[in-house]
Design a binder for this molecule. Structure first.
Ligand SMILES: Nc1ncnc2c1ncn2[C@@H]1O[C@H](COP(=O)(O)OP(=O)(O)O[C@H]2O[C@H](CO)[C@@H](O)[C@H](O)[C@H]2O)[C@@H](O)[C@H]1O
Length: 480
């Protein structure tokens, strides 16, 4: 089976969020299921450089205002087709934002090109290239299912929502440029509250919709978490499912990770202490093996609940814990994190920025990783934490509740707890969970059992890759 995966970012070539991790890791896991994945990416400078140009598949004279070429090549073990369209993608900055921080004004056209090229490739637009299914990720690839629906040949599509909050809405005057038939611009199409909705397009036209955990799949069908799309999702309930993310357990392996100062495994945990000490030194924390070290890695945004962590600092300090924080995002939260570190030297350390090495040291050195997200489609931080033996303290939402087993009385008695949940997602409840975690930490043997359970959790892609393979087969069978 041949699948065209369509994404706007992909590890290790280009990443702004968890979507890139999934797009980069899923192809290898699917290969074990007999699924051959080709990844279609915009030809950003980093992508073209990684392909060394690639080999030409086809030239397009006018792709939304300029010439383009589809170039195929291999990078980091991935089979990649890049849209080499300098007028759209040869720019500095990240995939969506100009260097000064504002969104590129032509993002609608840029990602329409991604969807259009996916459909062209899947429906025979390039000689000797064919795909059985198109798997489009997030709003950036949301027009692919629409172009396929009105395309020359019936090829089924799967659309995965990594975050319903990012919807890709553009002014209606974009529509005439898209080359879609007029009937597409309707409520029964991609029209969305007076805009052209790219996410809406994916949700409306795809044969199957998935999101990245079963709980989030249920949550987005409610008005509270549906972000305006719950009605549509309820209408398409039969097509919606949740498939948990995994992580690449070869890439994320504490026994081999070069970013750790000492490697370790579930069977030989001694090295963890050296990582804890190194993390404490790196962030200016007191080098105390007995202090409960809590870490956070992620985007500093409202979604991730980082403001709740900053609000809970009195509780964190009150129970004798330390805090190591890494991330970047909203200015106010960045300032808050810097301020907290400045006000509590030796107890709170913060680094603002993106640093995969430090992230790995936090997962491999902190005793606990905090994930107090207000909503979380799946969450990768808690999966990395489980893999590296940091006990996750998580909000009871979305994929966090699907992947971490709360160490309540019953779970402790059964020896199955892997972390701590709190709900509802409010500062007071986070504080209570911090105190609860501190209580667990005081019983070192009990905490060690929790950590052992965390390390024993299967966070690999194996199970979920099987589910995607089945879903692709079902979509193909239905498309007949
Ligand atoms: N400053 C920093 N330095 C180093 N590493 C950093 C970092 N900030 C983040 N990371 C790393 O990037 C990854 C982000 O994963 P998340 O699940 O938090 O993704 P995100 O919310 O962007 O994506 C969305 O898509 C993913 C994938 O489907 C869903 O899991 C998620 O719920 C959804 O919101 C984690 O592995 C984290 O360690």
């Amino acid at each position: 089976m041949k699948v065209l995966s369509v994404a706007s970012e992909c590890v290790p070539l280009v990443k702004t969020g968890g979507l890139a991790d999934v797009a980069g890791a899923l192809p290898a896991a699917l290969a074990a299921e007999g699924v051959k994945v080709t990844t279609l990416l915009p030809g950003y400078p980093a992508v073209m450089a990684a392909l060394g140009g690639g080999r030409a598949l086809r030239r397009i004279d006018d792709l939304f205002g300029g010439p383009a070429r589809l170039q195929r090549g291999e990078a980091a073990g991935l089979d990649i087709i890049a849209i080499d369209a300098p007028h759209l993608f040869a720019r500095p900055g990240n995939p969506y934002l100009a260097p000064h921080g504002g969104e590129w004004g032509d993002n609608g056209i840029r990602f329409a090109a991604l969807g259009a090229m996916a459909a062209l490739l899947a429906t025979g637009g390039v000689r000797n290239v064919a795909f059985d299914v198109v798997h489009a990720h997030d709003w950036q690839a949301g027009l692919a299912p629409a172009y396929l629906r009105f395309g020359a040949k019936r090829v089924p599509s799967v659309f995965t929502v990594h975050n319903l909050a990012f919807q890709g809405k553009f002014p209606l005057d974009l529509f005439p440029r898209l080359g879609l038939p007029p009937q597409a611009l309707s409520v029964e199409g991609l029209e969305y509250f007076g805009t052209v909705g790219f996410l809406k397009s994916g949700l409306w036209y795809a044969d199957r919709i998935t999101t990245v955990s079963p709980s989030y799949a249920a949550e987005i069908r409610t008005p509270e978490a549906g972000m305006g799309l719950d009605g549509l999702l309820r209408g398409r309930a039969g097509a919606v499912s949740g498939i948990l993310n995994g992580i690449d357990t070869v890439e994320w392996d504490p026994a081999k990770d070069r970013h750790l100062v000492a490697n370790f495994s579930a069977e030989a945990l001694e090295g963890r202490a050296a990582n804890k000490a190194a993390l404490q030194r790196r962030l200016g924390l007191a080098e105390d093996p007995d202090a409960l070290l809590m870490g956070f890695v992620g985007r500093l945004t409202w979604q991730k609940g980082v403001d709740l962590i900053l609000g809970a600092i009195p509780a964190i300090l009150g129970c004798g814990a330390q805090l190591a924080l890494l991330g970047s995002g909203e200015r106010g939260i960045e300032d808050g994190a810097r301020g907290a570190a400045w006000a509590h030297p030796g107890r709170i350390g913060a680094e603002i920025g993106y640093d995969e090495g430090l992230a790995r040291l936090i997962y491999g050195g902190a005793d606990v990783v905090l994930v107090p997200s207000r909503f979380e489609p799946c969450g990768l931080a808690q999966l990395c934490a489980l893999r590296y033996g940091a006990v996750p303290l998580v909000a009871h939402v979305g994929g966090l509740s699907d992947t971490v087993v709360d160490a309540n009385e019953m779970a402790l008695a059964q020896g199955v707890g892997t972390g701590v949940h709190f709900s509802p997602v409010q500062r007071e409840m986070l504080e209570a969970a911090v105190w609860r975690m501190a209580g667990l930490w005081r019983d070192r043997d009990g905490f060690a059992r929790l950590q052992a359970n965390a390390l024993a959790t299967d966070v690999s892609w194996t199970r979920s890759a099987k589910r995607y393979a089945t879903l692709y087969r079902d979509a193909i069978a239905d498309a007949g």
